[in-house]
Ligand binder design. Sequence first.
Ligand code: KG4
Ligand code: ZN
Length: 339
Amino acid sequence: MLVLGIDTSCDETACAVVEDAEQILSSKISSSINFHRQFGGVIPEAASRQHLEFIISVLDVCLKESGVGPKDLDLISVTRGPGLVGALLVGINLAKALSFSLGIPLLGINHLTAHLYASFMAPEKPNLPAVGLVVSGGHTELVFIREFNDIEIIGRTRDDACGEAFDKVARILNLGYPGGPIVDRLAREGEKGKIRFSCGEFRNSLDFSFSGIKTAVLYYVNKRAVSGERLAVSEVNGICAGFQEAVVDTLVKNALSACRLKRASQLVLGGGVSANSLLRERMLALSKTENIQIFLPPLELCLDNAATVAGLGYHLYRLKQPHSDLSLEAEPLLGFITT
Ligand code: KG4
Ligand code: ZN
């Protein structure tokens, strides 16, 4: 079965052709990050316009590279939310037009679930049920995945998302956007344990908090600015290391507690922050000390892409998920599908 996936949830315009659940024939992403960088973050209206400008050429190149003609496609799978409403609408309307004109079914897909599906497209796949941890720019959620249409939320951030905290800390330190990869790189140069931060914790809960640690970094930097001192490169690196260490610590700790709570022996990661080198290292170390198998998405499937949207579309189609029709709407605040 040949599935076209489309994702325009944030700042990447993405199309992919996937055969059955995992054979990626082509996956194209046109990123608008360079455009948004000048503003220090994504401007929603500008993101929609960027998608409109690039979506047709991304689709053309994707189909050409896959060797699949529009008439060969069997299913259209598109991100319906969560994301930026105007951005989502661009992908959804293209998907509707293709589904209508080609006479093939359409499925609206949850972006967070697609992030978790990334690990299921790797050569070594998890089995369900499993605990899932989504760490992206907009979400941090711990879930128990019984099936891809039966996901229970067992922990989530009460304030900032994990990726958002990386981006904000990078902004405080004037490092550029998006902050995650930059903080990750500088943290590797930083002296371990010299500058320490910690994340908020909640008793008897698997919830997260990342807004306090961001404020702690801001206070640290402001205090140094008030005394008229410039931060040395080594100190910036040390702040990145201290911040990243605390964030990774809390992610690993809660994920481990979630596995124990659910008696799960498999843990699946997804979302942009799952590209973080320390998080990957610590999670893999966990698999050696605990009886837990860790599944990390391939690096090229950590960030927003359409291959996971197509793969998940195929999976849900096989589960006989009802098709979407031309009334499919963008759902910017969509959460996990829990039934
Ligand atoms: O999943 P994603 O591509 O978009 C959303 O759905 O939000 O995630 C983007 C987020 C950004 O906040 C970015 O800073 C973060 O993922 N990110 C990272 C790394 N690479 C991307 N965070 C930490 N370390 C990284 N290496
Ligand atoms: Zn995403």
